[in-house]
Design a protein around this ligand. Structure first.
Ligand code: ADP
Ligand code: MG
Length: 880
């Protein structure tokens, strides 16, 4: 009976353990893939699919990538969300009896990338783990393998909170138990999670005990253990850079849900999903990669602890005041490499000599940083300066041991400094002496033979040789030279002397290489012991970097230090939208004030399309967020409460970008805000209710406003194009109308972008159409239609709790009040189905038939041409 060859049997055995990964099976200089892996990889990587004998009748599909360029292919697969198991030969093929032993040495997954493209400088790469508990709570933990940080929390607010955390972190991969609910798995995939992985071991293993010391809560422990066990299982090596798992609570931070973050474009824009145009982009004046990542953390999690916020503000102030010191600080920071990731690479074992030189250069900046920080001279700066740990021993060691410009490869020598190690120096002498001797020999041979072009060369196959061109061959003495290689117009020879020296040189070089590698490993192990100190240093440098960045931006863009109010007051003078202001020219941006207090809890914002309503609302939210991450704010004066949460919702009609946004989503998010907001929250509702028919939308908008006003009392900005809602000011004590002004100039509308008290006097939609150069006849016609329509048909319903109820009958038509006191209002309501005139006139039988026909027309199914034809028919019938 046919059977697979022993090697294929070995392959299948390994593959059985790594079903969900591509198995890169090392064969000589290649990683080979077989069977389905090969077929799929050949498609994904666009490499040739071949096949080989495997002992069975059918050939086995196969494809492979060269060992030396594998990294690139691995990255491509990881980016697509796949996993790659690296299976190496783990014994010397020369010594192997039978098939060479092979083992998987690492499972690379989207959440555990340690190098290459998958790891962008200014962004973390997170792996998360989620545990679901029977009481409805979720354990949530995450780790960045490249930096070694891990955090864990318990979420009691349902699975939405889990999704929210995943989105905030941009987690690439989530580790769960194999019995995790399928529906929830699907939801995670919908949130850009590239891969789901399973880990059922939730025991605290030995290697993890130390990291878990601070965790005394079972659920968190279980979740963290799942995460760490997965890391060890996939990475299969010591992970000495993992930092103790820290607990956190989402309530320690200002809560901003996923949609609000997106709407406010905090770290990426809605349209391009890129950083450019986001708040992060505006703020990023950090000088280090670590600082860049920390800035993103801070934006993702604004503080609510006033004391800590004010500590940051104080530091920013100091940095602003010391302009020259700050510039020096920036210069020095520029020289500091990614300490956090360097430390990770040291532990992981993939650090090279160049990395270590970078580490040294970075550490050498620390005393200078300390010195500059000292010169700022405040308590806070001194505290930070003291926390900067220069780790002199590391600098010293590296300075003595590693040359300034080492090669990338660790196996080719030239890494270790002369004078660092005696034995190494001796080997080097031997090799250098040998080379001098060869140079001398070359000279001697030229003299002896009189051949000027004679030269001594070296290649890997023949070693050292003497080369003589064909034209000069007759000058050589017979007998001494042994011919080794013939070229087109030269011969290569060796002599016994040359061979002897050669073996001395090569031996010395080989020993050098081995010894250098050994020494390098030793040095790396020594540095491993400093990892916790390096990580602490990285943290302090990052913080410093972000704070100087705040100072830089605040000064350049004329921001002001915000003051916090205990009375939940907002006073913003000459506030600006930070990003729009930067994108526009500063001169073009019209600053606006905002004043809110206990009598002005809700601002109802009206104004024409494109006048600046959305911009104004976002500007208030961004100002609050900037203040609470510790930055100054774009205004000339700012008093703010400390907000616990920010909610923003753009009406589905305006939310052009997400595409999938439906009225249902709009309502779900409105519910989310209404359910969770407190008096200390900030709510932005931008044209909510537009996603449905006018009356529905208006009714809902009003009901939502009343609910927030009466029951929540959160500071709320509500923009609407429903003019009719502005009468609410008379009913709701703490609601005020503001509008964005526009003027008409030569029959065209000019936006002033200026917020003013009171409701807008009219809507300028048609003028905007005019601005957009629609044909004049069309504009004229639209104006006529508008005039006809402006017979008001809906008036805001007086405030009543009944409005909250769902039955429309509660909206009593008789109780409506006029929209504009000055205008005549016709009593026409949307609940009056039949206009009165139609009742007077009884249609004829013919007319009835026509009406019937119209009634049964399926409008949505008609092409414009069919509609015209139908109309023609109808007219003909009536005329006849
Ligand atoms: P609305 O929500 O009222 O339709 P937007 O807030 O979307 O209007 O603003 C429309 C455009 O007007 C923005 O893209 C921006 O370019 C400009 N704009 C808004 N506010 C200002 C301002 N204060 N100063 C200058 N330009 C502004
Ligand atoms: Mg808008």
């Amino acid at each position: 009976m046919a059977a697979y060859t022993p090697m294929m049997q070995q392959y299948l055995k390994v593959k059985a353990e790594y079903q969900d990964a591509f198995l890169f099976f090392r064969l000589g200089d290649f990683y080979e893939m077989f069977f389905d892996d090969a077929i799929k990889a050949s498609q994904e990587l666009e490499i040739t699919l071949t096949s080989r004998e495997g002992g069975m009748e059918e050939r086995i599909p196969m494809c492979g990538v060269p060992y030396h360029s594998a990294a690139n292919y691995i990255e491509q697969l990881i980016e697509k969300g796949y996993k790659v198991a690296i299976c190496e030969q783990t014994e010397d093929p020369k010594q192997a009896k039978g098939v060479v032993r092979r083992e998987v040495v690492q499972l690379i997954t989207p959440g555990t990338v340690m190098e290459g493209r998958g790891l962008s400088d200014k962004e973390n790469n997170y792996l998360a783990s989620v545990s679901a508990f029977t009481d409805g709570t979720y354990g949530f933990a995450y780790n960045d393998l490249s930096t070694g940080e891990s955090r864990v929390t318990l979420l009691a607010g349902g699975f939405d909170e889990v999704l929210n955390e995943l989105a905030v972190l941009g987690a690439k991969e989530v580790v769960i138990s194999s019995s995790f609910d399928g529906e929830l798995q699907k939801k995670m995939r919908e949130r850009d999670v590239l891969a789901l992985s399973f880990e059922d071991n939730t025991q605290v293993e030995q290697h993890f005990a130390e990291l878990a010391k601070g965790l005394n809560q079972d659920k968190m422990l279980e979740t963290a253990a799942r995460l760490i066990n997965y890391l060890y299982r996939t990475q299969k090596r010591s992970l000495d850079h993992l930092q103790p798992v820290v607990t956190y609570q989402i309530h320690q931070y200002m809560k901003i849900d996923y949609y609000s973050k997106r709407n406010l474009e905090l770290t990426e824009t809605i349209r391009s999903k890129g950083k450019k145009g986001s708040l992060l982009w505006l703020l990023d004046e950090t000088m280090t990669a670590m600082g860049g990542r920390t800035l993103k953390h801070w934006i993702d999690r604004p503080l609510i602890d006033r004391e800590e916020i004010e500590r940051r503000h104080a530091l920013v102030e100091t940095f602003i005041n010391g302009y020259f010191e700050r510039q020096e600080l920036r210069e020095k920071l520029k020289e500091v490499y990614d300490l956090e990731r360097l430390a990770g690479r040291v532990a992981f074992g993939n650090v090279n000599a160049r990395d270590l030189v970078q580490l040294k250069r970075s550490l050498m900046q620390i005393p200078f940083l300390q010195e500059v920080m000292g010169r700022f001279g405040t308590v806070e700066t001194r505290q930070l300066a003291d926390k900067l740990d220069p780790c002199e021993d590391v600098t010293d060691l590296l300075d003595r041991a590693i040359v300034e410009n080492p090669p990338l490869s660790l196996k080719d020598g030239n890494i270790i400094q002369d004078g660092y190690h005696e034995q190494l120096d001796q080997y080097r002498d031997a090799s250098r002496n040998g080379k001098t001797w060869i140079a001398q020999l070359e000279r001697q041979e030229r003299e002896k033979t009189g051949i000027k072009s004679l030269k001594i060369g070296y290649n890997r196959v023949f070693g050292y040789y003497i080369e003589v061109t064909r034209a000069n061959l007759h000058l050589l003495q017979e007998g001494q030279y042994e011919r080794k290689q013939t070229l087109t117009n030269a011969e290569r020879y060796i002599t016994p002397d040359l061979k002897e020296k050669e073996s001395l040189i090569l031996q010395a070089e080989e020993k050098c290489g081995e010894l250098e590698y050994e020494l390098f490993t030793e040095i790396r192990e020594t540095i491993k012991e400093y990892i916790p100190r390096l990580q602490a240093l990285a943290k302090t440098v990052s913080e410093l970097d972000v704070l100087q960045c705040f100072a830089e931006v605040s000064e350049n863009r004329h921001y002001v230090k915000p003051v916090f109010s205990n009375e939940r007051r907002i006073v913003i003078k000459e506030g600006r939208h930070p990003v729009v202001e930067k994108v526009l020219n500063t001169q073009e941006y019209v600053p606006n004030d905002c004043f809110m207090n206990s009598e002005r809890e809700v601002l109802l914002i009206t104004g024409p399309n494109m006048s600046g309503k959305s911009t104004y609302m976002r500007q208030i939210a961004l100002t609050a967020i900037l203040a609470q991450i510790g930055c100054y704010v774009p205004a000339s004066e700012a008093v703010l409460p400390v907000f616990d949460q920010v909610f923003t919702r753009i009406g589905a009609a305006d939310d052009l970008i997400s595409g999938q946004s439906t009225f249902m989503v709009e309502m779900l998010e409105a519910r989310n805000a209404i359910q969770n907001a407190t008096q200390s929250s900030l709510i932005l509702f931008d044209e909510i209710g537009r996603g449905t028919s006018t009356y529905d939308g208006m009714a809902l908008a009003q009901a939502i406003i009343e609910y927030i006003h009466d029951r929540i009392g959160a500071k709320t900005l509500f923009s609407t194009h429903y003019h009719e809602l502005t009468v609410l000011e008379e009913e709701l004590d703490n609601l005020k109308n503001v509008h964005v002004s526009a003027i008409e100039h030569n029959g065209k509308v000019v936006f002033l972008h200026k917020i003013k008290e009171g409701p807008a006097d009219k809507s300028y939609g048609i003028h905007v159409a005019q601005l957009a150069d629609l044909p004049p006849e069309l504009i004229k016609r639209a104006n006529e239609i508008l005039m006809a329509l402006e017979q008001p048909s809906y008036q805001a319903v007086p405030v009543a709790a009944a409005v909250m109820a769902s039955e429309p009958s509660a909206v009593a038509v008789e109780e409506t009040v006029p929209v504009h006191d000055t205008k005549e209002t016709a009593q026409l309501s949307f609940f009056d189905e039949e206009p009165k005139e139609t009742k007077k006139h009884e249609p004829s039988a013919k007319e009835k038939r026509v009406l019937d026909q119209i009634k049964h027309l399926d409008i949505l199914d008609l092409t414009p041409l069919q509609a015209i034809n139908t109309l023609y028919e109808i007219q003909k019938k009536l005329k006849n």
